[in-house]
Design a protein around this ligand. Structure first.
Ligand SMILES: Cc1cc2nc3c(=O)[nH]c(=O)nc-3n(C[C@H](O)[C@H](O)[C@H](O)COP(=O)(O)OP(=O)(O)OC[C@H]3O[C@@H](n4cnc5c(N)ncnc54)[C@H](O)[C@@H]3O)c2cc1C
Length: 366
């Protein structure tokens, strides 16, 4: 592995998101105004303005949503998946995934998500690549609107994930998966014996910088201000670490490199002086935003805006279940999200049985 280039040099065109110096969430993978793509079956998906009724609606098509879809489809629930305008979720933003069990040689993130989608469709899940606009969870059937279509469901699995915040630079977008990452746990391994940077000033940035010293020869921590939001103990530990060099008052202006990251152009925020750093990778650690906006009126959120789960995958509303990064800011891994999706589908299926909406005894179908 030592000889491997970061992310294997896979060419993925994520498109440009317009740039700007402020932090931005993940760009949409499909144009918001494009007609929604619907795949799989057998549910009949109505065109805009119509109504769709289903026993189980799954919102989101990352590892959590698609695993829920596989389980629910195999339990004959004929789930409808509103896959979002970024179908496949966060793993579409990376190339090599080497920690998802079952792939000893690793797998490309988009390939893994395409396989999960095909598996869900094979068992009868119906997927529509559309974002939901609003929900009404005041009574059953629950009602969800997406691009003019009303979806009515006896139960819902919310698996809308979280979006990493990025700096908003065109060069950063272009080199994502080619040395630019937002996940140290996922991608640190690719930077063994490399010199890298972490951007951010909070606990996450300091934690990731410390974690990355296991692999990298040197970790530069860059922050645009001279004060940090991280706890004092984290800051002290980083200052004492022989492999970490802290650069306050340093803003990233451009990620340098053609096929992969070769360095950063940075600006001293006190003097305005520009300089270049030669690096093999950069981790953006400026935070995540949970995709909870349409649900906030109905579902409980914690102080960071993540959904609150009750009894494993339940929510404060009976029949509404939660899976994946939309509630989990602790593990943030594909395999934990997939595990959550499995649990949420089983819980939803058992709940539907208990309500008399579906027949009992599907337990053996899992
Ligand atoms: C750069 C990067 C690299 C990573 N590498 C790895 C790795 O190597 N290994 C690993 O295990 N993990 C990795 N992760 C983490 C992993 O991708 C996440 O933990 C995982 O994808 C979470 O799955 P999820 O299904 O909960 O949510 P997500 O993958 O975030 O999927 C959320 C889904 O919800 C949809 N959605 C959002 N809002 C709406 C809406 N309003 N209406 C409808 N749909 C909506 C989105 O379109 C998307 O389909 C990486 C993450 C990043 C950012």
């Amino acid at each position: 592995m030592k000889d491997k280039e970061p992310f294997g040099g896979l060419a993925i065109d994520f498109g440009a998101d317009g740039g700007g110096a402020s932090a931005t969430a993940t760009p949409l993978a499909i144009a918001p105004e494009a007609p929604p793509t619907a795949t799989g079956g057998p549910a009949t998906i109505a065109s805009a303005g119509d109504r769709v009724d289903t026993k189980l609606l799954i919102v989101g098509s990352g590892p959590a949503g698609l695993t829920a879809a596989v389980y629910a489809a195999r339990a004959a629930l004929e789930p409808v998946v509103l896959a979002g305008s970024a179908p496949g979720g966060q793993l579409m933003l990376t190339s090599d995934v080497e920690n998802y069990p079952g792939f000893p040689d690793g797998i490309q993130g988009p390939d893994l998500m395409a396989a999960m989608r095909a598996q869900a469709e094979r068992f009868g899940a119906r997927l529509v690549d559309v974002d939901i606009d609003r929900v009404d969870f005041s009574a059953r059937p629950f009602r969800i609107w997406a691009r003019g279509t009303e979806y009515r469901a006896q139960s819902v699995v919310v698996a809308t994930g979280a979006s990493a915040l990025w700096l908003g630079l065109d060069s950063e977008t272009r080199l994502r998966g080619r040395g630019v990452s937002a996940c140290a746990t996922c991608d640190g391994f690719f930077f063994r014996d490399r010199e890298i940077a972490v951007v951010g000033g909070g606990d996450t940035a300091f934690e990731e910088a410390t974690y990355l010293t296991r692999f990298a020869t040197k970790v530069h921590l860059l922050h645009r201000r001279d004060t940090f939001r991280a706890s004092k103990i984290m800051i002290d530990r980083a200052y004492d670490h022989p492999k970490i060099e802290i650069h306050p008052n340093t803003a990233v202006e451009e990620v340098l490199g053609d096929a992969k990251v070769e360095g950063l152009k940075v600006r001293d925020t006190t003097t305005g002086d520009m300089s270049e750093m030669q690096l093999d990778g950069v981790f953006i650690a400026i935070g995540y935003v949970p995709n909870t906006a349409p649900f906030r009126e109905w579902l409980e959120v914690d102080s960071k805006g993540y959904l609150v789960v009750r009894d494993e995958t339940g929510s404060n509303i009976e029949g509404v279940f939660i899976a994946g990064d939309v509630h989990d800011h602790r593990y943030r891994q594909a395999v934990t999200a997939a595990g959550d999706g499995c649990k949420a589908a089983i819980d939803a299926e058992r709940w539907l049985e208990a309500q008399g909406i579906t027949e009992a005894a599907t337990a053996t179908a899992w």
